[in-house]
Design a binder for this molecule. Structure first.
Ligand SMILES: [Zn+2]
Length: 114
């Protein structure tokens, strides 16, 4: 049976598009990012308000998104946007197993004072 990648995900649930490689996949596969004060920041808890964009937690996708100026387009702002915090986050992620329970616990421990 031939399966077309991407198109057969829709029955599982809502899919999101990675702004780096334009692949459609489940939100659980992607990192949500939002803009705070002109900088793109990772929203690991997916609780930050505002318009979000979705990106594979992969430095290649980040690079692609930058190259294509996908961030300003996704957030409907005049670019350029600072993506250093996302880059730092992805570099950290690369050293750990993605989506491990430990990672999620740590994210929960960091209580945002704002
Ligand atoms: Zn991607």
């Amino acid at each position: 049976m031939v399966q077309r990648r991407g198109s057969d995900l829709t029955h599982i649930g809502p899919v999101r598009t990675c702004i780096g490689c334009r692949a459609r996949t489940l939100p659980s596969e992607l990192l949500r990012v939002v803009v705070v004060d002109g900088a793109v920041v990772p929203d690991t808890r997916r609780r930050l308000p505002g318009r979000g964009a979705w990106l594979h937690p992969d430095p290649d996708c980040l690079r692609n998104a930058e190259k294509r100026r996908a961030f300003p387009r996704a957030f409907r702002v005049q670019g350029p946007l600072d993506v250093e915090r996302v880059r730092g986050h992805l570099e950290q992620c690369g050293q750990e197993v993605m989506g491990s329970p430990r990672d999620q616990q740590e994210a929960r421990k960091q209580v945002d004072p704002s």
